[in-house]
Design a protein around this ligand. Structure first.
Ligand code: CP
Length: 319
């Protein structure tokens, strides 16, 4: 069977096949080692110009993409809405077309509107990578979560992963659901009924009404923050009440039939969806997720630029 390719853009995990997802995860493996070197650089994207368009706040994703680009030797420019002509009313497409007129190769975009990455990808020649669009998808987060699960369990197929918290507003939840189910994992969702999308079970997930149910059922919990900035109305009585009913605490985890792996995409609200002793505890892989994020983004950039997976897998001395 021939090696799959990714096409022009990465807008989500929904359009990808299991083979394409595995291609990215497998290509990320050798890139992990690059970040452990004294000189963290390979020439794979030398001569390529990448623009990071971040129209929403970000710490992990923006910096991780920038490190990934620099470690692949690309030239990078960061553009935020504030300080650019977007703040004067310029459209997204006009901004991107002006950047293309300066001969760029790729755009990484984070935007508050669901569908922004696909919209842009259909209108410009450059490769477009979705770094999170509204409530739609955050594909590289889903990929780094899967890479971290695979590191620990040595497989994805058959794993039970419970995504806990604000599923309704979460692009991370959607990318995880698409990616994990395509790779044969069982996915549960747990949160207040007001924060579960209507018809979510049609995506092939199990609804776990109580956090205690998720803890009994799962091999791993992916804990999500409450996206207060995307909530128009009161979805639950108070943060204290949320922590009391849905918080992931050591006391609750102590009743689990086995040790659960704890993931969180960040940013965390400590003492709300997750207690500090869990976030910093022995089963937390929250910081390894961040480390894996750089390798996954290097793999996505490299593959979209037409790189061959065989080259990435050659010995470190050859690369
Ligand atoms: N996980 C994630 O997307 O974090 P940032 O918002 O800091 O990029």
């Amino acid at each position: 069977m021939s090696t799959p390719t990714l096409g022009k853009d990465l807008v989500g995990l929904e359009p990808l096949s299991a083979e394409q997802i595995l291609l990215i995860l497998d290509t990320a493996e050798p890139f992990k080692e690059v970040s452990e070197r004294a000189i963290k650089k390979v020439p794979a994207l030398r001569g390529k110009t990448i623009v990071n368009l971040f129209f929403e706040a970000s710490t992990r994703t923006r910096i991780s993409f920038e490190f990934a680009e620099k470690r692949l030797s690309a030239d990078t420019v960061n553009v935020a809405a504030a300080g650019s002509s977007v703040s004067k009313g310029e459209t997204l497409v006009d901004t991107a077309k002006n950047l293309e007129a300066m001969r760029i190769d790729m755009v990484v975009i984070r935007h508050g509107a669901s569908g922004a990455a696909q919209f842009l990808g259909q209108r410009i020649r450059s490769n477009v990578i979705n770094a999170g669009d509204g409530k739609h998808e955050h594909p590289t987060q889903g990929l780094l979560d899967m890479l971290t699960l695979r590191d620990r369990f040595k497989r994805i197929k058959g794993l039970k992963v419970a995504i806990c918290g604000d599923i309704l507003h979460s692009r991370v939840a959607r990318s995880n659901i698409w990616g994990l189910t395509k790779l044969g994992a069982q996915v549960g969702v747990c949160g207040p009924a007001s924060l579960l999308p209507r018809g979510v079970e049609e995506l092939g997930v199990t609804i776990l009404p109580r956090i205690e149910d998720a803890i009994q059922w799962a091999d791993a919990l992916n804990v999500l923050r409450l996206q207060l900035e995307r909530m128009e109305a009161g979805f639950f009585p108070s943060l204290r009440e949320y922590n009391r009913v849905f918080g992931v605490t050591n006391e609750r985890l102590a009743r689990a039939p086995k040790d659960l792996l704890i993931l969180h995409p960040g940013p965390m609200n400590r003492g709300v969806e997750i207690d500090s002793d869990v976030a910093d505890g022995p089963h937390s892989v929250i910081l390894p997720q961040v480390t894996n994020g750089v390798a996954v983004r290097m793999a996505v950039l490299y593959l979209l630029a037409g790189g061959s997976p065989e080259w990435a897998h050659r010995g470190a001395d050859e690369r």
